[in-house]
Design a protein around this ligand. Sequence first.
Ligand code: ADP
Length: 293
Amino acid sequence: MIALKLLQLSLFITTVHSAFFSNSISGSARVVVPKFENSFGITSHMNEKKQLRETELFFNMDKLSHKLSQLHQSASPESDEKPYRIIIAGAPASGKGTQCELIKNNYGVVHLSTGDMLRAAVADETEVGKIAQEYMNSGKLVPDDVIIGVVAERLNQPDCLEKGWLLDGFPRTRAQADALASTGVSADCFLFLDVPDELLVERVVGRRTDPETGKIYHMKFSPPDSEEVNARLIQRTDDTEEKVKVRLQQFHDNVDSVKGCYGDIMVELDGNMAVTSVADKVKDALEKCRAAV
Ligand code: ADP
């Protein structure tokens, strides 16, 4: 029974993927995407032929949510151990990415960063990427209906259902939190990393990525120790002082309403400590949340 459900789910997802990530738009990508960012199983589908029209898909969002909710509910109860479902939130450069690597390794959950997913979609010139690009380039949030569809679909893929997930960068608005709840998907723990704004700006503008390894450096706090790595580092196009101010504003406009949705499972942590100290606190928090499930 579960195998049949998962087969149905895969067929359904293939169709949705094709619609979201069709590659029919020409033009050059303006956002630099490191190779590692293609690890979400998205880009492997990028070249599939478009099977549903974009408009059809957008107007069918309700149907999509309902279908995903049904499949999710029918697939979960039969698994032996309940997969861990975690949301991590915080301002730009609050350290989510670093902690996500550690959490993913400790708990074996699937890491889903909406920023990375969107950058991959932009680089692959998909329909979603084309819509997202101008918002991302100016530091603004991508429209809720675009990102909700992407996340809802991804959370219901077999790997997330089996291993659990770590949602990084979503929900970022009250509408996104409500949409997630309406699909019947709930998290076990909501981690919030708290870092003062004045530190965030400095963290963002000095941030660089190694496109070969995906490793994140900071030119002042953690520069690479080899000239070779240094020469190939890239900077995200939205990691400028001007754009981070817009991103921070968007964050402050929405954060309280999102936190308000997760009061019962929220753990707020000081993100202004050494990485290892934050990691220890994250681990404690996740153990406590798990015990409470
Ligand atoms: P950060 O949170 O550090 O600004 P991310 O890599 O998480 O960076 O996101 C980069 C950009 O992707 C955001 O500025 C926004 O334009 C877009 N984005 C990511 N997640 C979402 C989301 N949940 N809702 C709307 N836009 C999003």
